[in-house]
Design a protein around this ligand. Structure first.
Ligand SMILES: C[C@](O)(CO)[C@H](O)COP(=O)(O)OP(=O)(O)OC[C@H]1O[C@@H](n2ccc(N)nc2=O)[C@H](O)[C@@H]1O
Ligand SMILES: Nc1ncnc2c1ncn2[C@@H]1O[C@H](COP(=O)(O)OP(=O)(O)OP(=O)(O)O)[C@@H](O)[C@H]1O
Length: 284
């Protein structure tokens, strides 16, 4: 038997850090949503008790470092499943981009194996398992649009934002999430995005309200250490995106655009600077 799952990319419409915690993680307040750029996973039961990962992408680990492998191992161990699984990852989400590609693969693996093996695990329990794999995994289990607190695992579902175009551009650099949080001086932040104002813009379906409340405190680190990300933001703004923000810890920058007529001009303009550019929609 085989099951298939889609693993969409996430973007952070706002990302605030409240403080550094004693456990080394940061207390966050983020509004996250999914876009229709997705990896596809195929999972097939194997008679032997083993986990095998393959992918068309030559640049991700296929062993126990792969988050899909870790998710499969976690669910097998916790629910004492003595069967194996072959997981093929068709990667479409750029890697180490700030789009939670690996986290979404892990979440899709948890959902898929729950179905494949008929384990009957609730969504809440899948989220709890997911939190053991990474802070973004619980959100990737549920999808939709949510406000995330704690280290990212405490989720409250909210309405989806009004539909618009999302242009993603990833400069050719790798940014480590741990490094960005490590360099952040949370107590010295001068400005914080207003999560409340973003929530109210989303709940009233106000696109201009969303645009004026986009904010990500991790930009204070990534833009300083990687000026090409700042440059990309400025180019996207100049090309006419309604609002521009870095996703997660970067380096991907996304632009929100309400009018379809503007999209190809922005896409073509960006392609002059950056090979990895995607035009997608929010997932509603
Ligand atoms: C930047 C975001 O992607 C925004 O959605 C997330 O906050 C990070 O989520 P993630 O990549 O799933 O993060 P994890 O794999 O759990 O953690 C990677 C590293 O980031 C740091 N980290 C992560 C989340 C958090 N709330 N505080 C942190 O300080 C920790 O040093 C951790 O070792
Ligand atoms: N299934 C996977 N897909 C992509 N990368 C993976 C996967 N499993 C492990 N990795 C490793 O995880 C690291 C981060 O990749 P990923 O694409 O998840 O980053 P990201 O989008 O920045 O994540 P986040 O937004 O959650 O911080 C890379 O070094 C990559 O080699």
């Amino acid at each position: 038997m085989k099951v298939y799952e889609k693993a969409p990319a996430k973007i952070n419409l706002s990302l605030d850090v409240l403080r550094k915690r004693e456990d080394g993680f940061h207390e966050v307040e983020m509004i996250m949503t999914m876009v229709d750029l997705a990896d596809r996973l195929e999972m097939e039961e194997l008679p032997r008790d083993t986990i095998i990962i393959s992918s068309q992408a030559g640049y991700i680990p296929l062993d126990e470092k792969n988050l899909a492998f870790q998710a499969a191992k976690l669910i097998k161990d916790r629910y004492d499943v003595r069967k194996g699984v072959y997981i093929h990852l068709d990667k479409k989400i750029p890697v180490a981009a700030g789009l939670a590609g690996g986290s979404s693969d892990a979440a899709a693996t948890l959902r898929g194996l729950n179905r494949l093996w008929g384990l009957g695990i609730s969504e809440d329990e899948l989220c709890t398992l997911g939190a053991e794999l990474g802070s973004d995994v619980p959100f990737c289990v549920t999808g939709g649009t949510a406000i995330a607190r704690g280290r990212g695992e405490k989720l409250e579902r909210i309405n989806n934002p009004p539909q618009c175009w999302v242009i993603l551009a990833k400069p050719p650099i790798n940014v480590s999430t741990a490094d960005v949080y490590g360099k952040l001086r949370a107590s010295e932040l001068k400005q914080h995005p207003s999560t409340a104002a973003m929530l109210s813009a989303i709940s009233s379906g106000s696109f201009p309200g969303i645009i004026s409340n986009l904010g990500n405190v991790l930009e204070t680190v990534t833009l300083q250490y990687y000026p090409e990300v700042l440059q990309l933001k400025q180019i996207m703004q100049r090309l006419g995106a309604d609002g521009v923000l870095m996703s997660g810890s970067g380096p991907t920058v996304f632009g929100l655009v309400s009018k379809e007529a503007k999209v190809s001009r922005i896409y073509n303009g960006l392609r002059g600077f950056c090979k990895e550019v995607y035009v997608v929609r929010m997932l509603t």
